[in-house]
Ligand binder design. Structure first.
Ligand code: PLP
Length: 328
């Protein structure tokens, strides 16, 4: 900024630092030639899915899921086909198969937007689950785009599997913006398998890339942020069990699954606070959670709690939630 270097990105080794991080953290060999910087993860997956489908075509998603999996794609003229997660927030392969079968009837082109790890709830899909997804995608000719923005945030006991490791015909999106809290400086990377046809067709279109500051910030995170990330993961590991214990002790009747990754836990209130618990919690408890209804089917009666904060704030948040629950 001092040098007035505020134009378009130049030679920032953003892609190379991501490739080095992917190899070191996940043992995933990414050829920088198979990576294209894009403006943000959302814009990257929307553009990629628009390439993989036709107007009116279906994109399959697994609700409850990150709300912008619905809105932007509908705006782009795509139909959203839901294949809900199971009750324990894992991929439901039968539901995915039914959705793929339906979405491709009559030879229509369809795509699948996977969230790996999954927001909300933090499920980290296993290699076996992803291999089953890849087999179904191949059977029905469905293009898979995997949003892997939360991949660096995988906690003790789970292991991130890059979707492209099981299906090189897919596309994946990565960014440093969640793990290092850099969303204020957006940038993302669209990754294809070796010689990816999907990446070539994306590159044939016109897409804006990230700004210079985003590329610099995210490059720095991948190249120099490993120790910071490990410290943050240790804090999240402590917080996820703290929340489990606080929920068990103070929120009777509330369901909760300990996240394997991400910092986004998913609380189920049943019918205790109506279909939109977050509204009641904000109004009566002065505690802000995300509204479950925005996450699609399965969101009713639920709210998302962000645990990327101090134990003291989590204790206070749970105390406020408890103050709103009906007395047992
Ligand atoms: C699953 C998922 N995808 C994408 C994003 C946003 O990515 P970006 O800001 O790069 O568009 C988020 C942010 O929370 C997210 O959780």
């Amino acid at each position: 900024m001092r040098d007035g270097d505020m134009g378009y990105p130049g030679s920032t080794p953003y892609v190379e630092s991501f490739a080095a991080f992917a190899a070191a953290r996940w043992g995933w060999r990414v050829d920088p030639a198979d990576v294209t910087p894009v403006q943000s993860v959302i814009l990257g997956y929307v553009d990629a899915l628009v390439e993989l489908t036709d107007l009116g075509g279906a994109v399959i998603v697994n609700p409850p899921v990150y709300p912008p999996f619905f809105s932007y794609l509908r705006q782009a003229g795509r139909e959203i086909a839901e294949a809900p997660l199971t009750a324990d927030l894992r991929l439901d392969l039968d539901a995915i198969e039914r959705a793929m079968q339906q979405a491709t009837t009559g030879g229509r082109r369809a795509a699948y937007l996977l969230c790996n790890p999954h927001n909300p709830g933090g499920t980290v899909h296993t290699r076996a689950e992803l291999e089953s997804v890849a087999a179904l995608a191949a059977r029905y000719g469905v293009g898979v785009v995997s949003d892997e923005i939360h991949a660096p945030i995988v906690l003790e006991g789970s292991r991130f599997t890059p979707y492209l490791d099981v299906d090189p015909t897919g596309l994946a999106l990565h960014a440093a913006s969640k793990a290092w809290n850099l969303a204020a400086m957006p940038a993302a990377l669209l990754v294809g398998g070796p010689g990816s046809a999907a990446l070539a067709s994306f590159r044939a279109g016109k897409h804006h890339g990230p700004g210079h500051l985003g590329a610099i910030a995210q490059e720095a995170a991948y190249a120099h942020g490993g120790d910071w990330l490990d410290g943050m993961l240790a804090g999240l590991d402590r917080n996820r069990f703290l929340v489990r214990d606080l929920v068990a002790a103070h929120l009777p009747g509330v369901t909760h699954t300990v996240p394997e990754g991400t910092y986004l836990t998913w609380l189920g209130f049943g019918t205790m606070l109506g279909e939109d618990p977050a509204a009641v919690l904000l109004e009566k408890g002065r505690v802000a959670l995300n509204r479950g209804l925005d996450f699609g089917t399965g969101g009713e009666g639920h709210a998302r709690l962000n645990i990327a904060t101090s134990p003291a704030i989590l204790e206070e948040a749970v105390r406020r939630i408890a103050s709103v629950l009906p007395q047992q």
